[in-house]
Design a protein around this ligand. Structure first.
Ligand SMILES: NC(=O)c1ccc[n+]([C@@H]2O[C@H](COP(=O)([O-])OP(=O)(O)OC[C@H]3O[C@@H](n4cnc5c(N)ncnc54)[C@H](OP(=O)(O)O)[C@@H]3O)[C@@H](O)[C@H]2O)c1
Length: 282
């Protein structure tokens, strides 16, 4: 499909979507494929173990002989899985124009183990995959787009300690080491069962993982100035597994909020945070 009007993308445009097994990630795969982009849909299980809706989506694409949907297994928390994916990308695709990071790890319980799993998936898994894909994103003939699927829970106003809030809201002085420092402190506080008054009151691990992801996105936006647009987006309160199907938006509507950011025009924003459609503070 040729790019037309303000559409900068075409069938040659390659979008990698993680967390495609269900929920908003699956719906984003569908919407990007419907717009004619080449979608690399990834999920942590092999194709035959995907959810029924994910299998149906791939089957429909195969039956319609659509060559623009390709599945590959990718568990962003497993280094070998990321390396295998990178090797496959090198051979099969060569470049990436859009990366949409969707994974959601960890439960709503706040034990040390579940908090660590949540941070390892939402933050470290996403960072490691993004860094592994940077050489491919740098080859994009357009400015590449990196979309951090974040959450309203990651807004800095929920971090109750002013010093920590400041650290994560810095621009010039922010480093990955500083973000690691904040996350390590959070896990130490949780492990030693110290008072948690510094941290977000509700779902602190989830909240701090997303606040950290936003900070990393801002940092990356600066580092990739002129190479890629990096933005965070809260998709809305969406009825998915993660929310036990509560929320006011359908996965289709939640995905539209993400696709909009993924397809921003060539002079679009970078280093921003969107609450659904609204440009917001971090
Ligand atoms: N739903 C909302 O209201 C809402 C609000 C704000 C933000 N978000 C964000 O939106 C994103 C998508 O959430 P959702 O609502 O669509 O939830 P979901 O339906 O529960 O989907 C989460 C996806 O992440 C995948 N995943 C988890 N760990 C993974 C790993 N290690 N490697 C690869 N994939 C992994 C899951 O795979 P499996 O199927 O294999 O478990 C699943 O496909 C998340 O980042 C979430 O924080 C959602």
């Amino acid at each position: 499909m040729e790019a037309k009007g303000s559409e900068w993308w075409s069938g040659e445009t390659v979008a990698v979507v993680t967390g495609g097994n269900r929920g908003i990630g699956l719906e984003v795969c569908r919407q990007l494929a419907d717009k004619g982009l080449t979608v690399i849909m990834t999920a942590r299980q092999p194709q035959e173990q995907l959810s029924v809706p994910a299998q149906q989506f791939l089957q429909e694409a195969a039956e319609a002989k659509r060559k623009n949907v390709i599945f590959h297994t990718l568990d962003i928390t497993q280094q070998q899985s990321v390396l295998d994916f990178v090797d496959w990308l090198k051979l099969r695709v060569g470049l990436v124009d859009i990366l949409s990071n969707f994974d959601y790890g960890g439960g709503t319980r706040e034990s040390y183990e579940s908090a660590k799993e949540c941070i390892d998936t939402n933050y470290y898994g996403t960072v490691k995959l993004t860094e592994a894909l940077l050489p491919f994103l740098r080859l994009s003939p357009h400015n590449a787009r990196i979309v951090m699927v974040s959450s309203i829970a990651g807004l800095l106003c929920y971090v109750r300690d002013e010093g920590l809030r400041k650290q994560l809201s810095e621009t010039e002085g922010l480093t990955e080491q500083k973000i690691d420092g904040v996350l390590n402190l959070f896990l130490e506080d949780l492990k030693s069962e110290k008072a948690m008054e510094k941290w977000p009151l509700k779902l602190p691990a989830y909240s701090i993982s997303k606040a950290s992801l936003n900070a990393y996105g801002r940092l990356l936006a600066l580092q990739l100035n002129g190479v890629a647009y990096v933005n965070s987006v809260h998709p809305g309160a969406v009825k998915t597994n993660m929310t036990d199907s509560t929320g006011n938006l359908s996965p289709i509507e939640g995905a539209e909020n993400v696709v909009r950011v993924a397809l921003f025009s060539v002079d679009g924003p970078s280093g921003h945070n969107f609450m659904e459609c609204e440009d917001s503070q971090f």
